[in-house]
Design a protein around this ligand. Sequence first.
Ligand code: KIV
Length: 264
Amino acid sequence: MKRIHHFKEMKSRGEKITMLTAYDYPTARAFDDAGVDMLLVGDSLGDNILGYDSTVPLTLDEMIPFARAVAKGAANAFVVADLPFGTYEVSPEQAVESSIRMMKLSGAQAIKFEGGRRIARQVRAVTDAGIPFCGHLGFTPQSENALGGRRIQGRGDGGYDALLADALALQEAGAFAIVLEMVIAPVAEKVTAALDIPTIGIGAGSATDGQVLVWLDALGVGDWHPSFSKQFAAVGAVMREGAAGYIREVKAGSFPSADHTFDE
Ligand code: KIV
């Protein structure tokens, strides 16, 4: 079973950390069997699984059963669960209450939520409550409206300084790792080098201490995937072929055959 100290050790010896999103039990089991280090029950389940237009409408009550299913399916991987928009921003007390609720009801081992210096008090309160915390900087989807859309981060004068200040504030507040999303590679590399805790990149180049991808993008479930992702499989095509074979055989009367029938 992976623990937070393993990730710091992996950073020190230069071993890359792997993280994939998962939203249900069979997917968690498959990725755990494959040897992934961390599973993220991302609030991307709002758009990827529940069909919302963004992560913003998702609630804590909606997230908890998905996180519980993933935690059940993970034998070795370390399970991190997102707190959705609106469940931690108001105060440190709100962040601790939401984190405790998620941890108790889901069995996840750590909490992630978005932001840097502006939520550092919340992070300190959560880590003081004994809850491992993973940060999320760069493009933060819950603030998509404030950021003016899906924009690449870290560019321009002050881009690096602002990101570094946010990352150091999270490290100081007790975070054990930080996800860097859609950050230009040279800035992600410099921030990674400046931190004691590992960075996990998504669209942030190859110099981060680990990588995370949304599994539906990485395994080719849909037709579209973001340019920073790669399709390592064509699961969508395999599902369509399987479903088409089933429909064909039922219509033709060749399924169920004698092999799939109880005689007496
Ligand atoms: O919700 C999510 O899937 C995430 C990843 C994009 C890192 O936060």
